[in-house]
Write a protein that binds this ligand. Structure first.
Ligand code: 5GP
Ligand code: ZN
Length: 113
C-alpha cells in the first residue's frame, strides 16, 4: 500500500520523531499551521475514525490522547491547544491514514473553515 504515513511509521522516510511507543508515533507536520503543529498517528494503517474497529478504538484512542497530553506538556502548551481530526472528504482529510493534529503556540479561531 502506498501510504505516506505508513512509510513514516516504518521509517522508510526519514522524519524527526517527537513521541513513540509500540503503537503510536508523533512527528511535526510538514506544513505547520501554528508554532506547534504535530501529527499523532497509530503505526497500524487505519484510514480514518469511521474505519476503526472497536478493539482499536479501545486500545489506540486512549494511547493517542495520552501521547497528546505528554507532548503538550513537553512543548509548554499550558495555555491551551487544539486537537483536530479531519475525517474523509467533507472533513477535509487529505492523507487517508488516521491522524490527530495537535496545534498550539497561538490563540485559535472558531468556527473553523
Ligand atoms: P489532513 O488534511 O489529512 O487532516 O492532514 C494531513 C496533514 O499531513 C497536512 O497538515 C499535511 O501538511 C501533512 N503531511 C502530508 N504529507 C506529509 C509528510 O510527508 N510529512 C509530514 N511531516 N507531514 C505531511
Ligand atoms: Zn497508512
Amino acid at each position: 500500500m502506498d501510504c505516506i504515513f505508513c512509510k513514516i511509521a516504518n521509517r522508510e522516510i526519514d522524519t524527526e520523531v517527537i513521541f513513540e511507543n509500540a503503537e503510536i508515533l508523533a512527528f511535526e507536520d510538514q506544513n505547520p499551521q501554528a508554532p506547534t503543529h504535530i501529527l499523532v498517528i497509530p503505526k497500524k494503517h487505519i484510514s480514518n475514525i469511521q474505519e476503526m474497529a472497536i478493539e482499536d478504538q479501545q486500545q489506540l484512542l486512549p494511547e493517542i490522547f495520552q501521547a497528546i497530553q505528554q507532548i503538550a506538556d513537553e512543548k509548554d502548551l499550558g495555555k491551551g491547544y487544539r486537537v483536530v481530526n479531519n475525517c474523509k472528504h467533507n472533513g477535509g482529510q487529505t492523507v487517508p491514514h488516521l491522524h490527530f493534529h495537535l496545534l498550539g503556540g497561538r490563540v485559535m479561531q472558531w468556527p473553523p473553515g
